[in-house]
Design a protein around this ligand. Sequence first.
Ligand SMILES: [Zn+2]
Length: 294
Amino acid sequence: MSEFKYTGEEVTVELVFNVARLLEANGIPCILINDCMHDIFGFDVAVTDIEFVIPDDLMDKAVDVLRAADFADDPIVPQGELKCRPFRALCERARGRDITRFEPIHWFHLAGEDAPDEFHPELCLHQKSDYFWNLPDLVLGPVNENDPHFMLATDRRLPGMMYYGRLNVDIPPIKVPRPARYVEAMMLLCARDAHTRDRGAQWALEIQLLRDLYFDRGCLDELLRMECFYPQFQVWWENLCEDDTMPANEEGYVTALRWMEEGYLPDTLFPWLCEEEDPFPGYNSPRAVITELA
Ligand SMILES: [Zn+2]
């Protein structure tokens, strides 16, 4: 059992590792997404939050474990509620200014920059079914380099930079989704949230980010080439690499429409953002076309 206790450290690789080890030592498998994952994939942005995806049924246990390790999740931070990004998001929703986004099920406030107008960092927990329902169950411990779904953050195929990219080999296992699986999950999210006011803009942005890393900057070459994708996603990816106007991408719309028709998508996480109008004006429903032909 890990004895780690949080004592107000700022966000570092060591803190990410300590949280991952604490979760896994308590039987809770986890993968990193968002800021930390972007950094590991070679995108040189400042890491603010630590965000893990865990199994849905272990959420309560994870919260108990992190509280016991002295991570703070007070619903109201004294005089600081507007510095708390997830809390601010809830306020935005109440004002009708919400957008699609990674929305944590639970979050803990971390120490960090305390400048006026800046958010403090968060440790966020997301449940797997909200974003990665197409991936198999998460498993504890390291993954084999041939694993088709997940990979170690130390994998040599990830870019190696001085300040970002893959983690140093001395850092014990932290896991991320394989880049192609991540892009595929974001494509599914674009389709799932196509009826929302912003058409799932956050997911399109995530795809764009990895497309730019691969196509414009030559990163992740072994991990995002066409054959890394499952067949149903390949044409969408190929079109994106030729034309980066996402999500205004014809193949993407057609594919998303087909997935909807086939019942391949769960309900959106953002029903309050949904609009009645046809998300794909100009495209006939395949089912309607089939009915017309019958
Ligand atoms: Zn907070």
